[in-house]
Design a protein around this ligand. Structure first.
Ligand SMILES: Cc1cc2nc3c(=O)[nH]c(=O)nc-3n(C[C@H](O)[C@H](O)[C@H](O)COP(=O)(O)O)c2cc1C
Length: 179
């Protein structure tokens, strides 16, 4: 299947990137086509809330979201990859999610598979409560089919992440995906 990873960390060589690389390696080893969009380094503006799209239609903002829209709608699975920023996803990734507004119905109609890859400094058991809840709510609302989450507790730096079990978990998630 075709998998699109929305890479929501601005650090190209950071901890989120480590999980993304391992997930993609696993998915490709399983025979899937997996691509990464580095959304933090693309030209993406926040939704202005004008709703001229009517929740499904051309957006007044002309930027790289068109490219993302085409990729998502031609994929079978979307992966949200983000560092934990104040207990939510990064603003860069949230900006992409808010822009789903202009293709909300098309996206819901696809019933894509999905996954969450995330890392945080903290390792308290409540670290990912809010993000997990947000992700699960998106899954429910958009009609996605959750294939799994890798919640990287105590992954505050690439060195910490490399020592953790989470890169292997990300690989296993990708490797275990069925067509
Ligand atoms: C703006 C900002 C907010 C953060 N907020 C949290 C947080 O709420 N909880 C936490 O445990 N770590 C937090 N962190 C730490 C990062 O999630 C952690 O260092 C992560 O490994 C960064 O991933 P990256 O290497 O992909 O950038 C924050 C870091 C930044 C820069």
């Amino acid at each position: 299947m075709k998998i699109l990873v929305l890479m929501g960390s601005p650090n190209r060589k950071g901890s989120t990137s480590l999980l993304v690389s391992e997930f993609v390696r696993g998915a490709r080893d399983a025979g899937h086509q997996a691509e990464v969009m580095d959304v933090c380094h693309m030209n993406i503006h926040p939704c202005t809330g004008c709703v001229r799209c009517g929740y499904e239609g051309p957006c007044v903002l002309k930027d790289d979201v068109e490219e993302i829209r085409e990729e998502i709608l031609s994929s079978d699975m979307v992966v949200f990859a983000t560092p934990l920023y104040y207990y939510g996803m990064s603003a860069q990734l949230k900006t992409v999610v808010d822009r789903f507004c202009a293709y909300n119905s098309s996206l819901s109609a696809r019933h894509l598979k999905s996954a969450l890859l995330t890392v945080a400094w903290n390792s308290d058991d409540w670290t990912f409560e809010a993000l997990e809840s947000h992700y699960k709510t998106l899954v429910r609302y958009i009609g996605l089919k959750d294939m799994g989450m890798v919640l990287g507790y105590g992954c505050g730096s690439p060195a910490m992440t490399k020592r953790s079990p989470y890169p292997a978990e990300a690989y296993a998630l990708g490797r275990g995906l069925m067509a």
